[in-house]
Design a protein around this ligand. Structure first.
Ligand SMILES: C[S@@+](CC[C@H](N)C(=O)[O-])C[C@H]1O[C@@H](n2cnc3c(N)ncnc32)[C@H](O)[C@@H]1O
Length: 261
């Protein structure tokens, strides 16, 4: 069937949005986050399925993505769940300005962005969100207790994490010093891959009346190791899983967590 006039307009707008995104990619300081917008990671796709299977996406409700960066994950989430509103928050005001520019250029509905610090969230947000998500952000923190306390204080129905966790009484602090990218200094948390104790997370959520479900994430296909040993996720077969994830010499135990009450 030939496209209708309205379909032509939608196709034209999508083309312009992709051109805008490509234009921005050449300029942005956050190039690594851009490709995800048009080509979501396996983990984004699997995380959306994980949340959907637990009733996370209810029409008419609002979900808060804290540590959203330029909001790259939200395009996939919004496309799969058009009845849900999404607010992306990040403490980096430059990233939020860029997130707003990209969202405006793409004309996607249901997305809004605000500058928000995880540890200084306005009381006005309390009771507003059905769910709170965060992707690859918790692993930049040194302690998980204040991070979980701050989200529970907002009283959402559920809270979900995509981050690094270990089934044992250990938190492990890992900072990658990348000689190809000296801009990420030793005090820059963006170089951190900190892993947190699942029993501790369970205890914290139980204290706040939430029940925790967790599961490990493995990509659906093998990922090759970068040739030069540079930073970047790859998989190798181990006795734990045929696609155990690593970056350089570091094992990355990615997990999805869903705490609900
Ligand atoms: C590794 S990036 C992940 C970005 C995005 N979630 C993604 O998956 O593409 C971590 C993000 O957390 C943000 N962040 C770190 N500490 C934060 C805080 N205290 N409050 C809000 N955002 C924070 C950083 O600015 C950064 O954008």
């Amino acid at each position: 069937m030939p496209p209708t006039k309205r379909n032509w307009i939608v196709l034209f707008r999508q083309l312009i949005a992709k051109k805008e995104t490509r234009f921005k990619m050449t300029k942005s300081r956050w190039q690594s986050e851009y490709p995800q917008i048009d080509n979501p990671y396996f983990s984004t796709i699997a995380f959306e399925e994980f949340l959907a299977a637990r009733g996370g996406f209810l029409d008419g409700k609002e979900i808060f993505d804290i540590g959203t960066g330029i909001g790259a994950n939200l395009y996939y989430f919004a496309a799969k769940n058009p009845g849900v509103r999404f607010l992306g928050g990040d403490y980096n005001a430059d990233k939020i300005a860029e997130a707003k520019d990209v969202a405006k250029a793409r004309g996607d509905n249901g997305l809004a962005f605000e500058t928000v610090d995880w540890f200084d969230i306005s009381d006005g947000y309390r009771g507003r969100f059905d769910g709170i998500i965060n992707v690859h952000t918790l692993c930049c923190f040194k302690r998980i207790e204040p991070a979980i306390e701050a989200l529970c204080a907002l009283e959402p129905r559920w809270i979900a994490f995509n981050s690094l966790f270990y089934e044992g009484p250990l938190d492990v602090m890992i900072h990658i010093r990348d000689h190809d990218n000296p801009a990420i200094g030793d005090d820059n948390p963006d170089g951190d891959f900190n892993i947190f104790s699942l029993p501790l997370v369970r205890e914290l959520f139980t204290k706040h009346g939430y029940k925790l479900h967790s599961e490990p994430f493995h990509p659906p296909q093998a990922l090759p190791q970068p040739n030069n040993g540079a930073r970047g996720t790859f998989t190798a077969q181990t006795e734990w899983h045929e696609r155990t994830q690593f970056s350089g010499p570091v094992h990355l135990p990615w997990h999805f967590l869903f705490a609900s009450r």
